[in-house]
Design a binder for this molecule. Structure first.
Ligand SMILES: CC(C)(COP(=O)(O)OP(=O)(O)OC[C@H]1O[C@@H](n2cnc3c(N)ncnc32)[C@H](O)[C@@H]1OP(=O)(O)O)[C@@H](O)C(=O)NCCC(=O)NCCS
Length: 291
């Protein structure tokens, strides 16, 4: 499958690539889209795919035969095999898409491919109106020398904490189910994490955590700090633990040679406000509706 560079470039507004997610803006172009489609045909995972850290096989694949590619619109459906299955329709177009028609198409694809749920996602430079779609801000953190001094006193590496403190990590994970810290806690207990987890500890109790911290080469060989699971216990928010954890993680990234990190934050949420106040650059917004 070849993408016409002029057709695709016209509609690429935010550097999100099907099955890979957010990529460095310099990587965005027809080539990476063609690599993702080629990977779908062979079933192989691309060498720079960040999902490698968790799995040897790719869970999401492009439905190559269903791609729509026109001068002003490219639609790329993907199927995620994990759990009960999900169809995700990536819509690259100049304006707000016709979500009614796209949701109907998603229902048909869900039925055809045996997926229980579907989503339509599209990309805009501005936040979406909150009543029509959920929005996620895409951001990039570019590392500087100063980031090295960001480590905070009250932040500890979880593996270096006494066992009684480590035991409280599971309680934190239970309090913030939306953060993925439950998954991280399970992997950590099994010894299957690829880097350190930092914890905000008070009186021997883990109140917040960020991790695992790991760096890998991106498509062009630049070192990227991989996304972390990140959360603070609801009863202890607003006291600086989140910012301290974030700065400690960025200090780790800077010391380990990271050039940048890509992040997504729910529009209007506390992490968006935290990341913007830390000087990260906005790359645009992903808008989504359930089908
Ligand atoms: C995001 C989160 C980790 C912040 O933790 P925290 O300990 O409350 O953060 P801090 O007290 O250090 O606050 C840091 C900044 O976050 C932002 N923030 C915190 N709470 C906020 C709120 N309720 N509304 C809006 N912004 C908020 C502010 O910018 C704040 O800076 P300020 O105090 O100078 O205004 C926490 O809210 C959380 O766990 N949220 C749920 C999970 C989540 O969103 N994880 C991030 C996924 S990317």
């Amino acid at each position: 499958m070849r993408f016409r560079p002029s057709w695709l470039r016209r509609v690429l507004q935010v550097p999100v690539v099907p099955t890979l997610g957010l990529v460095h803006p310099d990587t965005l172009g027809p080539e990476i889209f063609e690599e993702v489609v080629a990977a779908a045909r062979t079933g192989q995972m691309l060498p720079f795919d960040k999902e490698r850290r968790w799995s040897a096989t790719k869970s999401e694949t492009v439905l190559v035969g269903e791609i729509v590619h026109r001068p002003d619109l490219t639609i790329i459906p993907t199927l995620n095999h994990r759990g009960t299955g999900m169809i995700k329709i990536h819509v690259y177009g100049p304006a707000e898409p016709d979500t009614t028609a796209l949701r109907a198409a998603t229902h048909r694809w869900c039925a055809g491919y045996g997926a229980a749920t579907g989503r339509v996602i599209w990309f805009t430079p501005e936040p979406p109106p909150t009543d029509t779609a959920t929005g996620t801000r895409a951001l990039i953190k570019t590392f500087a020398q100063e980031d090295r001094s960001g480590a905070a006193e009250r932040i500890r590496e979880l593996d270096a904490c006494p066992p009684s403190t480590q035991d409280t990590f599971v309680q934190l994970a239970q309090q913030v189910p939306e953060t993925g810290l439950g998954f991280l806690c399970r992997r950590w207990r099994e010894g299957r994490v690829d880097g350190p987890i930092f914890a905000a500890v008070d009186d021997g109790v883990v109140l917040g955590a960020i991790g695992p911290l790991a760096v890998m080469p991106d498509r062009d060989g630049a070192a990227v700090l991989l996304p972390q699971y990140f959360g603070v216990a609801p009863g202890h928010r607003g006291r600086g633990h989140g910012r301290a954890l974030w700065r400690a993680a960025m200090a780790w990234g800077a010391w380990h040679g990271a050039h940048y990190q890509l992040l997504q934050a729910a529009a209007g949420g506390p992490s968006e406000s935290l990341f913007c106040s830390e000087g990260l650059t906005t790359l645009g917004f992903t808008c989504a509706v359930a089908a």
